[in-house]
Design a protein around this ligand. Structure first.
Ligand code: CMP
Length: 145
């Protein structure tokens, strides 16, 4: 079933965006929207609000505002799952042993600096896509790509 998901290249991997985008383009997934954005602290906190009680939250927020991120809307069959499979395990160290060809294995560092993000469900994808690509109230023409 065709789904949309939110993919985000994190600050540690923006310098390697070319290789990551090549991996997506050579998969069965389609990039339908893309933007580079420097998140404010408030925006990063809002995006990751579900993790606000976690011990790693402050490190995560400081990391996410250390440089720009690239947000992408990804379209494809079961794209939530398919994108997370390309990403590999959350921790890049784990990814290097369990899924060495994955994006997190190849471009991430550790449990926090893990190169990229993917929505964990269709519901999260809807919220996260609206966060980066609001469908109403914005200026300019509607994006129908
Ligand atoms: P992401 O998939 O974007 O979702 C939440 C993020 O928090 C995760 O990637 C990591 O960047 C970070 N994270 C998750 N678990 C941990 C952890 N145990 N220790 C440190 N950072 C974590």
């Amino acid at each position: 079933k065709k789904e949309r998901t939110l993919a985000m290249i994190k600050p540690d991997a923006v310098a390697k965006m070319g290789a990551i985008i090549e991996m997506i383009l050579s998969s069965d997934l389609t990039i339908t929207k893309m933007k580079m954005v420097a998140l404010t602290r408030k925006e990063a906190v809002d995006f990751y609000v579900e993790h606000q009680t976690k011990t790693f939250f402050n490190d995560l927020i400081n990391f996410m505002i250390s440089g720009p991120v690239i947000a992408m809307e990804i379209l494809g069959d079961e794209s939530v799952c398919a994108w997370r499979k390309l990403l590999g395990p959350t921790n890049s160290s784990t990814a290097r042993s369990e899924s060495p060809n994955s994006i997190r294995a190849k471009f991430g560092t550790d449990g926090t600096k893990n190169a990229a993000h993917g929505s964990d469900s269709v519901a999260s994808a809807a919220r996260e896509l609206e966060f980066f690509f609001p469908t109403s109230g914005g200026r300019g023409p509607p994006n129908t790509a």
